[in-house]
Every structure is written in C-alpha cells, then in structure tokens.
Design a protein around this ligand. Sequence first.
Ligand code: FES
Length: 182
Amino acid sequence: MSDPETQMVPNPERRNLLIFAIALIGAGISGVMGYAIFGYAVGQALKADGTSGDGNWIGIGKLDDFSEGVPTQKNITVTTHDGWVNHRSEEAVWVVRNTDKVTVFTATCPHLGCKVNWQEQAAQSCFYCPCHASSFNVNGTLIKGAAARGLDTLDWRRQADGMIQVNFKRFKAIVAEKVELL
Ligand code: FES
C-alpha cells in the first residue's frame, strides 16, 4: 500500500504536459477561428462581385465579334462567393452593337425569369419570351405581354486589349422598376 503523502505530491512533468496540451488545444481553436473569420471576411468582400472587388466583370468578346444592330447571344459563367461556398451558374446576355458602342441586356425576362430569344420576323423582329408571350424591341423596350418593364440592361466596359466586359447582375422580377438583387 502506498504512502498517502506521496500521492499528494504533484508531479511536475505531468503538470507541464497538461499545460502544454491545454496550450496546444487553445492554439488550435484560435487558429481555426482565425481562419474562419478570415475566410468569412474575404467571402464577404467577394460576395457581390465574384472577381476583382469592383463588380462581376466577365469578358464577352471584342467589338468586331458583334454585328451592327443585330442582337448576339453570349453565354457566360457567373461565379459568386458566399462565405465558404462558391456558386457557379450559366447565364446568357444579349449584345446589340451600335457603331463603337454596345447595349447589353440580360436574357432573363423581367416578368418571371424565363430566357428571352431574338426572333427575326418580317413584320417586327423582337426579343420574345415563350413563357407568357412578352416581347421587346431591339432597344429592350416592352412591346406587349405579361412583363411590367423592358429588358434589363447591364453595364459594360472595354479593356485596353479591346475585350468587352459586362458587369453581370440580377434584378427583381415582376415589378415595373429595375431593382438590383444583392
Ligand atoms: S416569364 Fe417572360 S413573360 Fe412571363
């Protein structure tokens, strides 16, 4: 049988090991939390844009890729970030060239979000939405149908190498005003 007084004497090696283990766990928790906070902060900074911090700018081609006055569809991949999660979606825009400028429309119908198509017609060519028969002229103005407003335009810019980029955004459906979704 061991002496009770011997059992009461603290073992310095054991105590140091315990302190080291607690410090290690603390450092681990701090590291994970710091990484999470950093990731969240970066995610928030990129959330609205997905690219460079000043917008969701995506290249769609050079001016000569677009015929004068004839809408051209461009498919793009949009990446957005939400915290740890990256979202990728396939979207479409319509580009109408006017000399050295372009007008870019989102292909999303402002009624309920179906995709519009350009239809060449003898009487009046138009953007047409097959879901509820809304139609829009080449300027995006509503001709008729269930939509409450014309097609939504997107900002664009030309880079030094001539590449045209579009700042992709989404807008609220149904309403008559163009309201950007965040
Ligand atoms: S979704 Fe286009 S007209 Fe309804």
